[in-house]
Design a protein around this ligand. Structure first.
Ligand SMILES: Cc1cc2nc3c(=O)[nH]c(=O)nc-3n(C[C@H](O)[C@H](O)[C@H](O)COP(=O)(O)OP(=O)(O)OC[C@H]3O[C@@H](n4cnc5c(N)ncnc54)[C@H](O)[C@@H]3O)c2cc1C
Length: 510
């Protein structure tokens, strides 16, 4: 009897949410009684510090805002903030039992539009699970499933440690890690997922398991490359390393006619087996009207974890290309790093509630003709005032550590393990107008097709799962290796036969 009331309640919300509610509307109040019935059934199952938040509650609006809203707006009609692993488990059991869709939210920076397919349901907001403890061995840390990058960095730094964290302070640890985790330390230690020792995971059927090389090893394999499709990570154990040194950083700003020269220099460095694993190369195309009112500029930041004397030979190659400004920074510690590389929580990159869209392309090297064609489209797009603040990311973080990992150990695609160059036009614009979104998507797609046109013969199109727009096919994100993708699909069927984890660039069941 009780069950049927709850089911009826949630089904009635589905109708309301799908047809009547926009992402920021609160006119669900008329249904508040029904929501209360449903959540009244869940609330007593949760621990004291857990919360259940409804559209009529004060916190509701703030918890709808994402790093990527309003473009990305999964439709929620209740939010659960678990405070313990058991809370996550009970919420998933409750939702699964009654067929209520749900989605884990940690850093809110997921930007694939497949997230908008959540028709209605529960936001499982992981932010109360935000702990970081360096384990007694000093070689690993145990990190809560809702922890953000800056929170982990702060604790680790205080202990003289660093981990393979991603570049922006505002994303979570678990979100990027589950499909990769591009990092300033990847050239030494591999992607974030290569540093995962074990994870506690809530499966679709509500069981809580440990995944590691010795426990549920199939799941552990799938988690590291396609993790968002397999479960909710409540905590994870990650390798940590002693901080070896401060960073030496130099930022070079070039006029756009230097694009080919800069990309040639990057290709040469990437092809050099002796390229230092301490070096990170980070490029951005962006408009700086006072410097050039007509064309976007090209900014390259070279970061080297080590002394200036070791970094200078690399910096001199970029200086020789003829930047119009050079800004050096020495002795940069791990807390200052994000600010200097413009990836801190208060940076433009971390701005919230501003449409942002990636359109990722991973490449075996830069084809300068294709890059010029793509850059010209970027220049045209940013001449349009709506998109003028967009940036064109040109990333080469170094691949030695990534390639050193046996590819059979993780489900990560072979392309993601090999391709050193990542381009990601990151398009920002304001407003909710459909035309803005359609134009942004069209520009993003034109830019990436221009880059793909320069692929060497036989190379396949690849997009990093976490930089996908949400229009890519399965193979473009998860790879073309038949055995690997078949294993992923088989495991998906075994672990999540109802496709409950089906909203983040999902692995299909068949
Ligand atoms: C500004 C910005 C900077 C970025 N920088 C980097 C970078 O440096 N390196 C890089 O590799 N990627 C980067 N990305 C891409 C990033 O990896 C993805 O956007 C990622 O999904 C963000 O995770 P989140 O937790 O912040 O976002 P959320 O939207 O909260 O989560 C994204 C998805 O991850 C899943 N998820 C979240 N938490 C959990 C959990 N605890 N257990 C299971 N599943 C979970 C859910 O499916 C969720 O929909 C960046 C993106 C943006 C917008």
């Amino acid at each position: 009897m009780r069950s049927s009331v709850i089911i009826a309640t949630w089904l009635s919300f589905r109708g309301v949410q799908t047809h009547a509610l926009g992402p920021f509307e609160k006119n669900i109040a008329a249904r508040a009684d029904h929501l209360n019935i449903a959540t009244t059934a869940l609330k007593p199952l949760l621990s004291q510090n857990a919360s259940v938040i409804l559209p009529t509650d004060n916190d509701w609006d703030a918890l709808q805002i994402r790093g990527t809203s309003p473009r990305i707006h999964p439709k929620f009609n209740a939010i659960v903030e678990p405070a313990t692993e058991a809370d996550v488990q009970k919420t998933v059991q409750f939702a699964s039992k009654f067929g209520i869709p749900f989605l884990a939210v940690s850093g809110t920076h997921g930007w694939t539009k497949t997230l908008n397919n959540l028709p209605y349901g529960i936001q499982i907001n992981m932010r109360k699970l935000n702990s970081v403890t360096v384990d007694p061995s000093g070689n690993t840390a145990t990190i809560g499933g809702g922890t953000l990058q800056w929170e982990a960095n702060k604790v680790l730094y205080a202990k003289g440690k660093q981990a393979v964290l991603t570049l922006c302070e505002c994303t979570s640890i678990a979100g990027p890690m589950l499909a990769g985790g591009h990092s300033m330390l990847q050239a030494r230690h591999g992607y974030t997922l290569d540093n995962l020792v074990s994870a506690r995971v809530i499966l679709a059927n509500g069981t809580a398991v440990t995944a590691s090389s010795s426990s549920n090893s199939d799941l552990f394999w799938a988690l590291r490359g396609a993790g968002q499709s397999f479960g909710i990570v409540t905590s994870l154990q990650l390798n940590v390393y002693d901080i070896p040194s401060t960073w030496t950083i130099s930022t070079f700003i070039y006029r756009s006619d230097k694009l080919e020269a800069v990309l040639d220099a990057v290709n040469k460095l990437d092809g050099d087996a002796m390229r230092s694993q301490n070096l990170v190369i980070n490029g951005v195309g962006t408009r700086i009207p006072p410097m050039d009112p007509q064309n976007p500029m090209i900014i390259y930041t070279l970061s080297y974890q080590g002394p200036e004397a070791e970094a200078l030979p690399y910096f001199s190659k970029f200086k020789a290309i003829g930047p119009i400004t050079v800004k050096p920074s020495t002795n940069v510690n791990n807390m200052e790093l994000y600010k200097i590389t413009q990836n801190s929580v208060d940076s433009a990159a971390c701005a919230r509630n501003k449409n942002s869209m990636g359109s990722g392309v991973s490449l075996p090297s830069w084809n300068t003709t294709a890059a010029r064609a793509a850059f010209n489209i970027f220049a045209k797009m940013t001449a349009d005032r709506r998109f003028s603040r967009s940036v064109f990311l040109l990333e080469n973080y170094g691949m030695q550590g990534v390639r050193a990992v046996d590819p059979s150990l993780t489900s990560l695609s072979l392309e993601e393990r090999q391709y050193p160059a990542v381009a990601n036009p990151t398009i920002w614009w304001n407003g909710t107008a459909a035309v803005g979104q359609a134009d942004a998507e069209a520009y993003g797609e034109q830019i990436r097709q221009a880059l793909f046109a320069g692929l060497p013969k036989g190379a396949k199109k690849h997009t990093y799962v976490n930089y996908a727009v949400g229009t890519e096919n399965f193979n473009q994100m998860y790879g073309y290796d038949t055995a690997r993708v078949q294993r992923l699909k088989t495991l998906k069927k075994a672990y999540d036969p109802e496709n409950r984890f089906g909203f983040y660039n999902p692995v299909p069941l068949a």
